[in-house]
Design a protein around this ligand. Structure first.
Ligand code: AMP
Ligand code: GLY
Length: 426
């Protein structure tokens, strides 16, 4: 089988490595891929949002199956365009991808179908938003741009002054463009956060092993928000009891709600959850695998990924037993100096012995090949993952590999998994 994977980050590298385990797979193309993915797939320099070029390429190469991994092409209808040409895909169509693409849509969906989430109001007029915030007078309060905003569209305002700044930046200065035409103002919730990725074909939903992201740039959850500086799986806060509650109050109701709206979701549905004192609440939905959650979830997957993905497409997921190993995984992201603000590119990377270490996989996120040498090309450069019998051993192995790797200005968090270990009483 010939496969095409759309995307070029650490998540896509993890997907590609897993897909390669299937002996039926003869060739994988990655559009655009990256310097590390080039070892595992044929990288083709077509951007992930250039839908016409992607479809032409897939048709020309007679690709048997396509995986669309990032949010932008999904929101733009990449799956619809591929399937129109007879190329089966893993990923939601445009109609269903709106669950991530519009926060107003997802909040209204949850309200309509009684799915637990933070209380909220929607505004298209900045003055009305501010009047409401002033009237509520509850801080912190959460202000979210409606549309996609590279993971940066959520502002937690501690005061009226900060709220006014946030509303101005999003709605008047349009810092996220048209994504800020409307805002959601919502109640601030507290509790441990859990990421649950799931496979669904619109009938059956199979949650994957849970994980915990570390979004802030610096140790102790300090610094700016990033795309994610590291992950661990499983998430110790996500007990069997919580999982059962989520299945009944969140996962199944969401799948049914999307069907009822005529927006059947097929692909990976990501639940960003907060475990509050009053029970689990949905913080956000994503219409795709998380990054860097995928880098700890897929290494624990025992079932063949391509088999699952094809079953999701065919609507036969119910018949596929999806199994995860009992162990743990940890991923530590190594970032470019300056990230998530500006950072240099093109710096040479020395991986040391990291890639040869037992139970370690180095996923490439922002790397490129220049004159045959591996160099940095993004903010998040590498995701160093290790698996182990338990979290302590996974973390030890991951950090041992991280210490092998060097490039100018490289930095990483030293406390990935610390909170999870504490929750485990270690
Ligand atoms: P998002 O971009 O939707 O993933 O949100 C970014 C982060 O903002 C989340 O991971 C949470 O930590 C935080 N957040 C979002 N909504 C809320 C909320 N209602 N209450 C507290 N924190 C929130
Ligand atoms: N790590 C969070 C996300 O992928 O949205």
């Amino acid at each position: 089988m010939k496969l095409l994977v759309v995307g070029g980050g650490g998540r896509e590298h993890a997907i590609i490595k897993k897909l390669r385990e299937n002996p039926q797979v003869t060739e994988i193309f990655a559009c655009p891929g990256n310097g590390g993915i080039a070892k595992d797939a044929a990288c083709v320099s077509i951007g992930a949002t250039d839908i016409p070029a992607l479809v032409d390429f897939a048709v020309e190469k007679a690709v048997d199956f396509c995986v669309v991994a990032p949010d932008d092409p999904l929101a733009l209808g990449c799956v619809d365009a591929m399937e129109e040409k007879g190329i089966p895909c893993f990923g939601p169509n445009k109609n269903a991808a709106v669950i991530e693409g519009s926060k107003v849509f997802s909040k209204d969906l949850m309200k309509k179908y009684g799915i637990p989430t933070a209380k909220y109001e929607v505004f298209s007029d900045p003055k009305a938003a501010l009047d409401y915030i002033r009237e509520q007078n509850e801080f912190p309060t959460v202000i979210k741009a409606d549309g996609l905003a590279l993971g940066k569209g959520v502002i937690i305002a501690e005061s009226m002054e900060q709220a006014a700044d946030a509303v101005k930046s999003i709605m008047e200065d349009k810092m996220f463009g048209d994504s800020g035409n409307r805002v959601v103002v919502e109640e601030f919730l507290t509790g441990p956060e859990v990421s649950v990725l799931s496979f669904t074909d619109g009938k059956t939903i199979v949650p994957m092993v849970s994980s915990m992201d570390h979004k802030r740039a610096l140790d102790g959850d300090k610094g700016l928000n990033t795309g994610g500086m590291g992950t661990v799986a499983p998430n110790p806060y996500y007990t069997d009891e919580v999982a059962a509650q989520c299945m009944e109050t969140i996962f199944l109701p969401t799948v049914r709600a999307m069907n009822a709206e005529g927006r059947t979701f097929k692909g990976c549905l990501y639940f960003g959850l907060m475990l509050t004192e009053k029970g689990p609440r949905v913080i956000e939905y994503n219409c795709r695998f998380g990054d860097p959650e995928t880098q700890v979830v897929l290494p624990l997957l025992k079932t063949d990924l391509l088999t699952i993905m094809r079953a999701v497409h065919d609507g036969t997921l119910e018949g596929v037993p999806v199994e995860f190993s009992d162990g743990a995984a940890a991923c530590v992201v190594i970032a470019s100096g300056g990230y998530p603000k500006s950072y240099p590119k093109g710096l040479e990377i020395d991986l040391g012995k990291a890639e040869e270490m037992t139970d370690v996989t180095v996923y490439h996120a922002g790397t490129a090949l220049k004159d045959g040498k591996l160099v940095t090309s993004g903010g998040r450069v590498l995701g160093v993952t290790a698996v182990g019998d338990d979290l302590t051993s996974a973390l030890e192995k991951a950090y041992a590999a991280v210490r092998e790797i060097t490039f100018d200005g490289a930095f990483y968090r030293k406390d990935i998994g610390a909170r999870a270990l504490k929750a485990l009483g270690k």
